[in-house]
Structure formats: C-alpha cells, structure tokens
Design a protein around this ligand. Structure first.
Ligand SMILES: [Fe+2]
Length: 332
C-alpha cells in the first residue's frame, strides 16, 4: 500500500480500504488465527479529540475457545466515549454485569467507567467513533510514521513518545444473559430515544448529548430520496456516516457521491448541501449541531404555536439559539 496521505478526503468509503488508502494492522492469536484487523480512518482533533474513527474487523473467536475465555479482553476507559456501528456479523457484548448478542444494524455506545468485553460469534465489521479517548486518537498519524520508519512501532522510544493510553484491563466479567433491549449500551434505530417525522425525513436520536459528556450526540436522519439539507458557513467541521443508501455532498461547487458505509467530512466553515439520491440513513457524528434540543423546540412550536413556523425571524432565532446554520431542509 502507498503511504497514507496527509489530507482528509470529503468522502471515505469504509467498504473500500484499498481505494480509500486506509491502512490495516492485523493482530493474531497465539494459535495464528486472526484476532482483529484494525484500520485507523481519522485522527481525533481539538480538546475533545473529536472526529476520531477506526474501522475494525473483530474476527470470529478462535477455534476451541469459549466466549468466556474470548471475553478476557475486558477493559474500560476512564475518560473516553466510544460509539460502534455493528455493520456485519454478530458478537457477544459484555457490559454492566450482563451479556447480550449484538447484530448487524445495532449501535453500541460505551461511556467512561463502563467495563466492556466482546467475543465475536462471526467476523464483525465494527466501526468506531470516539471522543475524549487517547487510545486511537493519533492512529492515522502514528501509522504514517510507522509505515515510513521500519521498526518504529516496536521501539520503546516511539511508544514512550506516543504517550499513555486510556485503557484499563479488567478481570473476566461475571454476567447474566439479557436481550439487547435490556442492555443500555445497545442502541438500534428501531428503538430510538426520540423520533421526529418531517415531510421526507425522520430524525431519530440514538445517543443524546448528556450521554456523551455534553460534547456530541448521535442523531440519525432517515432521508427519503430527494430530501436535502443546505447549510451556510458551518462554524465547525462536520462528519456524517452513511449507513445505507446514497447521498450527494455539494461543497465548493463540486459534487461528491457517498454511498453505504461512507464517511462524509465537511471542512470547517464550508457551506454545503447534502441531498439523498435514494432513501438513505445518515448519522450526524460530528455532533456539533444541537439537533435534539432543536427538534424538541421545533416539535413544541409545531404542536402549540404552528403560526410561528411561518415567521422567518422567529425560526431563525430558534436555529441561532442552538447554533444551527441551516439554510433549508426539505424535499427539493
Ligand atoms: Fe473500549
């Protein structure tokens, strides 16, 4: 593979590592079977190390090993938040003294101090979005260095320079089996915390801001074909994850297509639009937009004072209150 580039593309296809230039680091069990294929996709940035993304295949647990033995990678993070999309396969997830099976379509949200362990029943595509976590937040840059300097990864001086890792190894967990809906860490778009229907788009809150240390939130926009968001100068970088369907990103007058399993990165301050070319599931992962508070207020206005919806100034004030430079939102 070519050395990874320094700039971040607007669209990164997680189902095409070769084409996207995403490196893969493979870890093996003692018996030679694959344990995981870890790919750093984007580094963290800013005081909360936002935008940090990895794409990992958590390989089927090794032959002759029980889930309990496989679950010995139990650990917790003292400060970091992790949100994982389970995009293929199934696995045991241990958390909060419970065990459940998570499957394709689930989302796992883990908070600081929450012990977790996994044991894959089959290979799992495990797409991770992090903040306040130092374990992976320099994955892209550290890989760029170890690709260029043979042996650096095993050099104690390199490891020391890379710094401490927010990773506390825990004992093999004691647990009871529960269905996924009884494990708080497991989220699914079929059971959102809240859901708001618009003409052409339904917004679903999967992880609210208060479960992310106030830093970010995970909100799904289920867009019907033809639905479009148009933004003015966006005060922060933005990041979306397209889990299904196809959308068009228009930025600086150019169009980029993002399909299933694509990350969309919008540079800070760039006005842009996002249009669904077919029905699409788009998750806001940058989390800077205070969607949940805005959606609650919007629903209240729609229910109790619908005349205000036609008042441009009042609606602009509502958007300004939550820092939402949205120019339009609807079917085009
Ligand atoms: Fe973790």
């Amino acid at each position: 593979m070519e050395n990874i580039p320094i700039t971040i593309p607007y669209v990164i296809d997680l189902d095409d590592h070769e084409g996207s230039g995403i490196p893969t680091l493979i870890r093996y069990h003692a018996n030679g079977e694959r344990e995981e294929e870890m790919s750093p996709v984007m580094d963290g940035e800013g005081p909360h190390r936002l935008f940090n993304v990895t794409d990992t295949v958590m390989c089927k647990m090794p032959t002759g090993v029980t889930p309990e033995e496989a679950s010995r990678m139990a650990h917790l993070h003292s400060q970091g938040y992790e949100t994982f999309f389970v995009d293929s396969g199934s696995m045991y997830l241990y958390a909060d003294g419970k065990r459940t099976v998570v499957r394709t379509g689930d989302i796992v949200h883990l908070q600081p101090g929450q012990m977790h362990a996994m044991a894959s029943i089959e290979d799992v595509k495990w797409r991770g979005f992090f903040h306040d976590l130092d374990s992976f937040d320099d994955g892209w840059q550290s890989t760029a260095v170890t690709q260029r300097i043979p042996g650096a990864a095993d050099d104690p001086a390199y490891q020391k320079a890379r710094g401490a890792r927010d990773y506390l190894k825990c004992e093999q967990p004691v647990y009871r089996d529960v269905p996924p809906e009884e494990m708080g860490a497991v989220r699914n778009p079929a059971r959102p915390l809240a859901s708001y229907a618009f003409d052409g788009m339904t917004a679903k809150v999967l992880v609210p801001r208060w479960e992310n240390g106030g830093v970010t939130e995970c909100v799904l926009a289920e867009m019907k074909a033809g639905f479009s968001f148009r933004w003015g100068y966006h005060p922060t970088r933005e990041q979306y994850y397209v889990r299904s369907g196809r959308v068009k990103l228009t930025v600086f007058g150019e169009d980029y297509i993002a399909g299933k399993a694509c990350l969309v990165n919008v540079p800070k301050l760039a006005p842009f639009s996002l249009t669904a070319l077919e029905d699409a599931e788009v998750y806001d992962m940058g989390g800077q937009t205070k969607w949940f508070a805005f959606l609650q207020d919007y629903a209240s206005v729609r229910a109790y004072d619908p005349a205000r919806l036609g008042d441009r100034e009042a609606m602009q004030a509502l958007k300004d209150k939550y820092g939402i430079p949205l120019e339009s939102m609807g079917l085009e």
